[in-house]
Design a protein around this ligand. Structure first.
Ligand code: PXG
Length: 465
């Protein structure tokens, strides 16, 4: 288990990767040019290792999900035991299973705020699909079937299914496959550095929230089902709304009787130093989507939590909610998720983010603010971003457009042993919640070194343009 693969084995795998495998969200021509994907073979703690034996610090917790870190034997054991006892059974036939019931109970206890019930799915996208169908169904039962419209933000990420990508505000995703589907309205995002630079953050927050109200009035409040938003936009580039934004959004939703859906797929399970992001920002959603950190990515499982008020309507007026997935309430995935939540609680990882590693991370990455390429450093809890700019003190980008600086710095980080993601010109960080102080120091050192290396390349590009 501890040996890296031979060059022959690696070559064979990469060949088969090209011949038969379509990796997610990939440019398949580029995959071909690169001779196949990088094969990741194992991971432990916060470190991943590829087939060549290169070890890298995982600054992304896999894909914003491995909150408890890699190599948790007890999660493997719980899956093994559950598979022997009951690997699978559905929840369609007036049936349920103990892990799903106990997990739903645990999630609703952590949520509080009247979010009493949980519907299970296998991915964040499906979780939002469930929220979408449930919200429309709820309004139909309430005798307001015209309430069909969802309001979302540009540059939001809510998944890759048809409803998820439509709810999301990624224009490049919409361009493929004629999305969004009808009934979805996008408004500005609370991205101060990109869209409010130089503006007082509070008035920017008010402007971003007011855009929601304006759109509600344009389409008619009686036609709006829900507003959906990530407490902090992750895949959009770690967009942390200025203080006051969420309170204003919540007040607008209440004013017009619109459901508020929090997409906690990234923010949930300790990422912001509370169990859920809405608890950090101090608002109260009616529906909550969650995935990723729910099982720390050990098995695919997601959940859509629903307020007791909505559930009462379903119970009293609903009949059958004709929605569900084969794997809704999957016992093995639920057993692993339940144990994962027990680990988070036992090791006090949420408190650790709030009181120890979050503040340490904030202080450590703040150092990068002095770098000539860095326009802004922002973070909350254990998620953060660094904006790459061509001129210090501005939000101007290399080559006069977004997307040159970020990828060059990211590639340097990866070369130097840190897995991070570039989103346009942001380097984003989302390490496992167990990351040590020493590993945070390493993360910052690698970024600093990578910024230095990228600088000459970027200045040369700019000069040649
Ligand atoms: N909501 C949010 C907030 C997410 O971050 C999803 C929904 C969809 O989850 P699934 O499990 O269906 O992928 C996500 C997923 C990126 C990246 O580019 C981010 C995600 C997925 C893939 C890539 O950073 N987030």
């Amino acid at each position: 288990m501890n040996q890296s693969m031979s060059p022959v084995q690696i070559a064979e795998l990469r060949q088969l990767d090209l011949a038969h495998h379509l990796p997610a969200q990939s440019d398949y021509q580029l995959q071909q040019q690169l001779g196949g994907s990088r094969i990741i073979v194992r991971a432990q703690g916060c470190t991943i290792e590829d087939a060549e034996g290169n070890k890298m610090l995982d600054g992304m917790a896999g894909l914003w999900c491995v909150n408890v870190g890699y190599g948790r034997k007890e999660l493997a054991e719980v899956a093994y035991e559950q598979m022997l006892q009951l690997p699978f059974y559905n929840t369609f036939f007036k049936t349920a299973n103990e892990p799903a019931i106990r997990l739903a109970t645990e999630i609703s206890a952590r949520l509080g705020n009247g979010l009493t019930h949980v519907f299970f799915n296998s991915s964040g996208s499906e979780s939002n699909d469930t929220a979408f169908r449930l919200a429309r169904h709820y309004w139909a039962l309430q005798g307001q079937p015209k309430r069909q419209i969802f309001i979302s933000r540009w540059n939001a990420y809510h998944g890759s299914t048809v409803a998820g990508a439509s709810l999301g505000g990624m224009k490049l995703m919409h361009a493929q496959g004629n999305l969004p589907i009808p009934g979805i309205e996008h408004v500005m995002q609370p991205y101060w550095f990109g869209e409010g630079f130089g503006e007082d953050p509070q008035s920017f927050a008010a402007r971003a929230a007011a855009a929601i109200e304006t759109r509600i009035l344009e389409v008619g409040p009686e036609n709006v089902a829900a507003f959906i938003g990530e407490p902090v936009q992750g895949a959009g580039g770690v967009i942390i709304p200025p203080p006051g934004y969420w309170q204003k959004v919540e007040a607008i939703c209440r004013k017009y009787g619109i459901l508020l859906i929090a997409d906690e797929v990234i923010c949930g399970f300790g990422r912001l130093g509370r169990w859920f992001g809405f608890q950090h920002f101090g608002f109260r959603p009616d529906i909550v989507s969650m995935a990723k950190g729910l099982s720390s990515g050990y098995l695919p499982i997601s959940a859509t939590a629903v307020s007791g008020d909505i559930v009462n309507v379903l119970k009293q007026k609903g009949g059958e909610f004709i929605h569900g997935y084969t794997y809704s309430g999957h016992p093995t995935a639920a057993a692993v998720a339940l144990r994962n939540l027990q680990i988070i609680a036992r090791e006090r990882l949420v408190e650790r983010v709030a009181e120890d590693i979050g503040p340490y991370f904030a202080k450590a990455i703040a150092r990068l603010d002095a770098h000539p390429l860095v326009g802004e450093v922002r973070c909350v809890g254990l998620i953060g971003a660094i904006e790459i700019v061509s001129r210090k003190g501005t939000n101007q980008r290399f080559m006069g457009k977004e997307g040159t600086g970020g990828p060059i710095v990211r590639d340097a980080c990866i070369r130097n042993g840190l897995m991070v993601r570039a989103i346009r010109d942001s380097i984003v960080m989302c390490p496992p919640l167990i990351i040590s102080h020493a590993e945070i120091d390493t993360l910052v050192q690698i970024i600093e070194r990578s910024l230095n290396e990228a600088q000459s390349e970027l200045r040369a590009l700019q000069a040649a343009a």
